[in-house]
Design a protein around this ligand. Sequence first.
Ligand code: ATP
Length: 218
Amino acid sequence: MTILALEEICFAYPGHAPVLEGASFQLEPGQRLSIAGPNGSGKSTLLRIALGLQTPSSGRVIVFGKERRVEADFHDVRRRIGLVFQDPDDQLFCPTVAEDIAFGPLNLGRSKDEALAIVDRTLTDLELMHLRDRITHKLSGGEKRLVTLATVLAMEPEALLLDEPTNALDTKNESRLLEILKDLPQAILLVSHTPSFRQALAPDTLELRDGKLVESRG
Ligand SMILES: Nc1ncnc2c1ncn2[C@@H]1O[C@H](COP(=O)(O)OP(=O)(O)OP(=O)(O)O)[C@@H](O)[C@H]1O
């Protein structure tokens, strides 16, 4: 079943010119798809619309085969599709890394012991155990970004939406992130300005231009 289908999405922030004017794409299970486009072209907005964090003025959002219109329609969507925000500070809000990663599983009804086991497993998989008990807001930008990915993976999502995941990463951590993401079974929708990263993870690229998604010219 198609994970995500956005059809002819139009959207404008109140009092501003339209950002999206008929944008459409689909994400299939196991697919890796990139979206490129200039700053301000609406890439993050499109991801937020996919998870119901913004409401389009027209067009259809179909997730796991069901059209989603109102807030309640998106509750299971946000549990099943993980969004890694562009700014980690929008996503990390607990005092320590372990608490931030445990937050999602606890919210899904896991016991404290189960959540702590998920924390340790996720951090081990990502080779981030050394950050487990650190104060979240004192992490470096790159560390925050990797921890943000850990918070999302701890929810065991069926698909990942990644908004500029290489921001603030040095070359070594960018390569590590690439290896981690390449090995994941989930479908991935990648928004990235970095052509080499798109090429390596999700060469199938659409470009957001004038409010529409078009085949990338490379
Ligand atoms: N809350 C808001 N209110 C008004 N305008 C907004 C708001 N959020 C974003 N915008 C504007 O909407 C447009 C699209 O923003 P968006 O963040 O989706 O673009 P983007 O393609 O992700 O950009 P970038 O590549 O710089 O991350 C921009 O012009 C931005 O300034």
